[in-house]
Design a protein around this ligand. Structure first.
Ligand code: SF4
Length: 417
């Protein structure tokens, strides 16, 4: 393989998406809303991923995702400090670094932007539907903030194929109970027509995201993995609002135009890769290091975890189905099946696993998934260790050396001399 200096100049990258750059304004507006919520009589609801955000918007609340905020703290290089503050209060460094970072920020009464902490919760809303860590984390938040805590019980299913009517009906009933609890704690009457509107907007945002995801099949692939991760913010936090739909329409149009014009993120794409799973928020540029070898990430499952189609005429039933179909609930063979399908459809050459050491739930299965993909499709993989939020223990030089070896191996396989 050529040395780094000798590699083709083919690896130039397309510029940043215009829509992605517009995210700044959307972010600013959201944090302004969050800061003004209490004065405007809107409840601030701290929410876990895979809890039904649509219910928060149906009560005119402002949702806040500590996980998303910890990611922001990490990209703003303040997460490690917050994690260490939490450790001095007795929280182990082995815990999820989203939780550690958020606790540190709370104890320090500071946030991602400096001295301003985020608005305290009026309600805490959690589910164990995504991760068993969440209810315990939210219990600790409840002890700190002394405000109502609602935990939505989600039936355990091994994968979406084994999802039965019974599971859906069970969660649907829990969501109806949630509406009563929200009435009690917000003092607002539940309005099902409003929930239907929110669900329709949430569905539109997901449909647009799925379209964008589909465009990534194009060769060259039109959008970078950094843009994919960055553009997730509205799908996570603003799903169920018009702002999210407007943003994804603009993004879809821009990505479609790139595909029509044959513009790729990597100008002369030589390798197509899958990214699994969490971003490395403190070093997002690592993703672009692959582009130096002509490699582009063309699919991932993390981004798609936040998308899911809904039916406005059946808000509770479709919300139940959507949140139970979350792919991360699948066992390793279920996840491998999804990747096998994607590997064929997106024509991939390899898979990169970020072994995110603070997230036992979703790293334990990565070696199994890698083995299945190698055995069934001959797909080579690279696994490197890191921590999504906290840079301590992450060795950039070592990771890059492993990437170089991986790319050399891919080069020899795909372009033998
Ligand atoms: S799934 Fe992993 S990263 Fe997410 S909250 Fe649970 S432990 Fe943390």
């Amino acid at each position: 393989m050529e040395s780094k200096q000798e590699r083709p100049a083919a690896v130039g990258k397309a510029g940043r998406l215009v829509a992605a750059a517009a995210l700044g304004a959307l972010n600013e507006e959201y944090y302004q809303d969050l800061a003004n919520a209490k004065a405007e009589g809107r409840p601030v609801v701290w929410i876990t991923s895979m809890a039904p955000i649509e219910m928060v918007y149906a009560f005119d609340g402002v949702p806040f995702f500590p996980e998303n905020y910890a990611a922001l703290c990490s990209s703003r290089k303040v997460a490690s400090e917050f994690c260490q503050v939490a450790e001095t209060r007795g929280y182990s460094q082995d815990l999820c670094s989203y939780a550690l970072c958020m606790f540190g920020s709370i104890f320090e009464n500071r946030g991602a932007f400096g001295d301003d902490p985020v608005s305290a919760p009026d309600i805490l809303l959690a589910t164990e539907g995504a991760c068993s860590t969440h209810p315990k984390w939210w219990e600790a938040l409840q002890r700190h903030f002394n405000c109502p805590l609602i935990i939505v019980d989600a039936a355990y299913t091994v994968d979406s194929e084994s999802l039965s009517e019974h599971h859906k009906n069970y969660l649907s009933a829990r969501l109806r109970e949630l509406a009563y609890s929200m009435e009690k704690y917000t003092g607002k009457k539940f309005d099902e027509a409003k929930l239907r509107e929110v669900v329709a907007l949430s569905d539109q945002a997901s449909a647009l995201w799925d379209e964008i995801d589909d465009f990534r099949k194009a060769a060259p692939t039109p959008i970078s993995q950094i843009d994919v991760f960055t553009c997730l913010f509205p799908l996570v936090t603003l799903k169920g609002t018009k702002n999210a739909v407007t943003f994804y329409e603009q993004l879809r149009n821009e990505v479609r135009a790139r595909v029509e014009q044959g513009i790729g993120f990597v100008a002369e794409e030589r390798f197509r890769l899958i990214w699994d799973l969490f971003p490395v928020y403190h070093n997002m540029r690592l993703l672009n290091y692959f582009a130096e070898f002509g490699a582009a990430f063309v699919t991932d499952l993390y981004g798609n975890a936040f998308s899911g189609r809904l039916v406005a005429s059946d808000p509770f039933g479709s919300l139940a189905e959507r949140y139970l179909s979350f792919f991360m609930r699948s066992a390793s063979w279920g996840k491998a099946e999804i990747y096998k399908k994607r590997a064929r459809e997106y024509k991939v050459d390899g898979i990169v696993f970020h072994s995110n050491r603070c997230c036992r739930c979703f790293t334990a299965e990565q070696p199994d998934v890698g083995n299945i993909l190698r055995e069934k499709l001959g797909l080579p993989s690279l696994m490197f260790e890191g921590n999504m939020v906290d840079p301590r223990g992450y060795d950039d030089a070592q990771v890059k050396a492993r990437i170089e070896s991986f790319m050399e191996m891919l080069e020899a396989r795909k372009y033998p001399k």
